[in-house]
Design a protein around this ligand. Structure first.
Ligand code: ATP
Length: 625
């Protein structure tokens, strides 16, 4: 028997592929099982047009058998089989895909599709085997043939004995090396796990003979081992089932089975789209934050299946960052796979699916907000931060899509509210959407800056997370209403007050100038406050950067020392102001002392650090004696 050489380019390709296309050796089994499943599919098509063949679904299966002693792994199918010519052309020339030819020759009906397109999958067997033997008998023929290759030099083909139609592939599994443990591909439980992982939803049963330990009959402690043929794959994927056939429990079980999380999902989204792009998806919003969610280690992404076969564990392109908490899977028949079947080309279909999924998730979240408020708030507590990041990043390009999902605590409602709810409650004379930033709701409530706005009966949103103000700056306006910090220079309150403040400002011009001199460049200005009622003093800001933003920016590793333009505001109706006036007229030293004290108090109220706490306590003592 003469050995035939692989076609020249094939040889190179083979080496290249073995070493580089596949990142994980275990996928060889997925490839061989996909081929076997394709072969059974082909039988199905043939039966549609050929009366001599009957397609009896029960007679079709794939079997995987490992033999540790012989170091052999056998994959058998009862599919269409290959003639001598088929073996020659399909396995003798790499990158010549029989499946692709079959696909173009036969219009595919009935939603069945054949995954093989490139004609390299088979060769992945050489990643784990020294030698591969394929014995095959094509349907409607009497002869069987054996194709054999050690992968390097070429292959032989000879007549063989085989009773039934179909193909048997025997891999002689490589010996272990220092880097690689090949024994695992002879271990039934490891093989079972690989099948479960990649081929669980292959339409035909994948059988294995597994050793089970059972109690010996009649004994309650003596065990015995017995071999049992088991079907490993679940075959009908849950996502292909009709939604009304499925119960909540089914979805929860799938979530657990797939190890999407240890919690129960808060909500599931089952999508079946049959339009410009066809796909099925089951998505979940987890109940709890995954432990690594807010770390760099967290990887977003959905499992991606191509026609029931797992292609990618975490396809990041399917989820925008702001929905990175979503878990689940997508299955589509329309994906154009690249050669390794692992990475997709920048596929138009994939983009369409991703876009579709994005809008589905959004609309489901809006439904949750509308219909199951408590659940939504639970969701928001876990992942609201991620939505706010979504608003802020990419120069606000997602703000329109996300702003309706935002919630903040309301000063008047005493609960979380949406921007839409806030705006719908705004009085006619209210120009702005007010917000206040601070460490906690309790601290914000006590901020002197809150006094006047609250007194006017205006609702204030509390920003307690560092991202809040940055996100809202990006939103800028909601339903044509601008956002305004209660600490910002102009609060847009009534005009009578404006002119009163203006004249007071004039009256105390010299006093403020003297105070500004004491404080030097610690503040940009000293002025009359429009927002204080009972408190003597507060800090306000002019310009874009607020004090809370300054705190966050300063905490960043490579901060550029960005500071808020701080303004010391005084309550001219407070008794302390009278003391200030007196000191200004009579005692410069006292004015210095009072000014420093008031400034430091304002810092403390804002939760800002005192530059010199000892100096501050000394000043306190001075006014006591
Ligand atoms: N078990 C099998 N039964 C029948 N034909 C087979 C079997 N395995 C492989 N073939 C034939 O050999 C061809 C080459 O297989 P190979 O896995 O290399 O490529 P493919 O399945 O066409 O594409 P892919 O690279 O996507 O796997 C197949 O297209 C098919 O025609």
């Amino acid at each position: 028997m003469t050995k035939k050489q692989f076609k020249a380019e094939s040889k190179r390709l083979l080496e290249m592929m073995i070493n580089s296309i596949y990142t994980q050796k275990e996928i060889f089994l997925r490839e061989l099982i996909s081929n076997a499943s394709d072969a059974i599919d082909k039988m199905y098509y043939k039966a549609l047009t050929d009366e001599t063949i009957t397609f009896d679904k029960d007679g079709y299966y794939i079997k995987v058998v490992a033999d540790k002693e012989k170091r052999s792994l056998t994959i058998t199918d009862t599919g269409i089989g290959m003639t001598k010519e088929d073996l020659e052309t399909n396995l003798g020339t790499i990158a010549k895909s029989g499946s692709l030819a079959f696909k173009t020759e036969n219009e595919l009906k009935d939603g069945h599709d054949i995954i093989g397109q490139f004609g390299v999958g088979f060769y992945s067997a050489f990643m784990v085997a020294d030698e591969v033997t394929v014995t095959s008998k094509a349907v409607s023929t009497d002869e069987a043939f054996k194709w054999k290759s050690d992968g390097a030099d070429g292959y032989t083909i000879e007549p063989a004995e085989k009773e039934s139609y179909g193909t048997e592939i025997v891999l002689k599994v490589k010996e272990n090396t220092e880097e690689e443990n090949y024994d695992e591909y002879l271990d039934d439980y490891r093989l079972k796990a690989i099948i479960k992982k990649y081929s669980d939803f292959i339409r035909y049963p994948i059988k294995m003979e597994l050793t089970e330990r059972k109690l010996k009959e009649g004994s309650d402690n003596e065990g015995e081992e017995s071999k049992e043929v088991q079907t490993i794959n679940s075959m009908v994927p849950i996502w292909r089932k009709n939604k009304n056939e499925l119960t909540l429990e089914d979805y929860e079980n799938f979530y657990k089975e797939k190890h999407y999380g240890f919690d129960k999902p808060l909500k599931h989204i089952h999508i079946s789209v049959d339009g410009a792009v066809r796909y099925n998806a089951i998505l979940y919003i987890p109940e709890n934050i995954p432990f690594d969610f807010y770390t760099k280690e967290y990887e977003k992404g959905l499992e991606l299946y191509s026609n029931g076969v797992l292609i990618m564990n975490k396809c990041a392109d399917l989820l925008p960052d702001h929905f990175s908490f979503v878990k689940g899977m997508v299955d589509s028949e329309d994906l154009s796979l690249n050669i390794s079947r692992e990475i997709l080309q920048h596929d138009r279909q994939l983009k369409l699916i991703a876009k579709n999924i994005k809008s589905k998730i959004k609309s489901q979240l809006l439904n949750l907000l509308k219909d199951e408020r408590e659940k939504y708030e639970q969701f928001y507590q876990s992942f609201g931060r991620q939505l706010k990041y979504g608003v802020y990043t990419d120069f606000g390009s997602n703000k329109e899509a996300l702003q309706d999902l935002l919630m903040f605590y309301s000063s008047t409602e005493k609960k979380m509210v949406t921007l839409d709810e806030y705006v719908s409650r705004m009085a006619d004379d209210q120009k702005y959407i007010y917000y206040a930033s601070g460490e906690s709701n309790e601290r914000i409530e006590k901020l002197p800056q809150m006094e006047l706005v609250s007194d006017k009966g205006f609702e204030v949103l509390y920003f307690t997370e560092d991202i809040d103000e940055f996100a809202i700056k990006m939103v800028a306006t909601y339903k044509e209403k601008e956002f305004k910090s209660v600490s910002s220079g102009d609060l847009g309150l009534d005009e009578d007050q404006e002119s009163k403040v203006e004249s007071e400002e004039n009256d105390h011009k010299e006093l403020f100038a003297a105070m500004k001199k004491v404080l030097e460049d610690k503040v940009k200005n000293v002025r009359v406050s429009k927002r204080l009622k009972t408190h003597p003093v507060c800090l306000a800001t002019d310009g874009e950067v607020t004090i809370e933003m300054e705190k966050i920016l300063q905490a960043m590793p490579d901060n550029q020392n960005i500071k808020a333009d701080k303004v010391l505001e005084l309550n001219t109706n407070h008794e302390v102001f009278q003391s200030l006036k007196k000191a200004f007229e009579t005692d410069q030293e006292k004015l210095n002392l009072y000014t420093k004290l008031l400034y430091n108090q304002a810092l403390l109220i804002e939760g800002l650090p005192l530059q010199d706490p000892v100096d501050f306590t000394n000043d306190m003592c001075k006014i006591m004696v």
